[in-house]
Design a protein around this ligand. Sequence first.
Ligand code: FAD
Length: 400
Amino acid sequence: MTSLMWFRDDLRLHDNQALSRAAEAASLGDAPLVAVVLDEPAYPGTRPLGGATTWWRERSLYALAHDLAGHGPLREVDATVKETLASQGITATSSPGFTLVEPWEVTNGQGQPYKVFTPFSKAAASQVAGDEPEGVPEMGASASSASAWPKPTEPAWAASLAEHWTPGEAGARERLAQLDLANYAEERDIPALNATSLLSPHLRFGEVSPREVWFAAAEEPEAAKFHSELLWRDFAWHRLYHLPNLATENVRERFDRFDWSWDNPRLKDWQAGTTGIPLVDAGMRELWATGYMHNRVRMVVGSFLTKNLGIHWRLGEEWFWDTLVDADAASNPFNWQWVAGCGDDAAPFFRIFNPETQAKRFDPDGEYVRRWAPALSAPPIVDLQESRQAALDAYAEIKD
Ligand code: FAD
């Protein structure tokens, strides 16, 4: 019987348990292994991809088709194939590998999901130990060696994304090989330095497994801090699994009464990086140019949008969803709710980042701001002190 491998958010050959099982089944049955993707970039029940992730996925699939070429072509099949298989009584099995630990497998002493990161991370970390990640499975050779997968055309708007990233497993493995955590704990908050792994979009598309990243980092001096960041990713998926409306509903219901604005024209200034606040504008321009923004600056622009401008976090989340190459169904809404203060285990609402103080602390020489926003045109669109006070007053109205 033919062994069918359906690639979704696991666009890699290394440490891909589903692929290993499919290759094993094919070789046992002396049958062909057929690799497919469905022509449904958004799986039923999930959000359609944004612009930047669509760009990434097209290139990642092209790279995968190339990597698979010696073993048989990658085929795109109609989404209805799933129903056809089901109606013929053919069962599909899925394999773990997108997160370190499956979101439903971590529970507290009462068998309940975790709402707080620290105990979750301890429980999840204790389950990561085990066998080293797998290599590329033996898949046998195919007569067809050339890949017929069409090369994606480069839209003009994405030219600068292509300068910054190499979607696909080879690009992911190159980044992984460069992992250097010698000063990670001290330098990961400095946006001018390339002190973080830049693996997020590769993890987003499963071009490298989080287990492989975990084990690679374990060899490094500051593994604990880095492991904890990987566990935040798992925690976001754990929360999304238990809160499927994470992208649309405040986790803390009292925030339903918070008077966030949906039609503030300043949203456009925020998106374009023309707020007149240097660190915010630099971050938003980095995002537009590269599809990425440094984590510290994501927190600053998120706080500025939701607190100083009083705009609903969902509008910020949607902009990130469209523009980030690592836009992720769990991490994006989870972190937005964290920044806005309405998630569980979130930053308290009254912790309002002052972008000027943040710039002094994390970009003291102004290197990051000069790189992305060398010339500021306009005065600030909002007074930081007054808007901070207005946010605190609005919060006082909904506090329990
Ligand atoms: P590193 O510091 O090298 O960390 C290693 C890996 O750990 C990352 O690749 C990522 O997979 C994971 N990680 C690190 N920090 C976090 C975090 N706070 N939450 C979840 N996982 C984390 N990350 C996304 O992958 N997709 C998103 O859509 C996303 N949206 C965000 C929105 C906001 C408002 C904020 C504040 C953060 C968001 N993040 C998101 C988290 C974080 O900013 C990025 O994961 C990180 O900047 C990626 O850079 P890196 O790979 O160099 O990280």
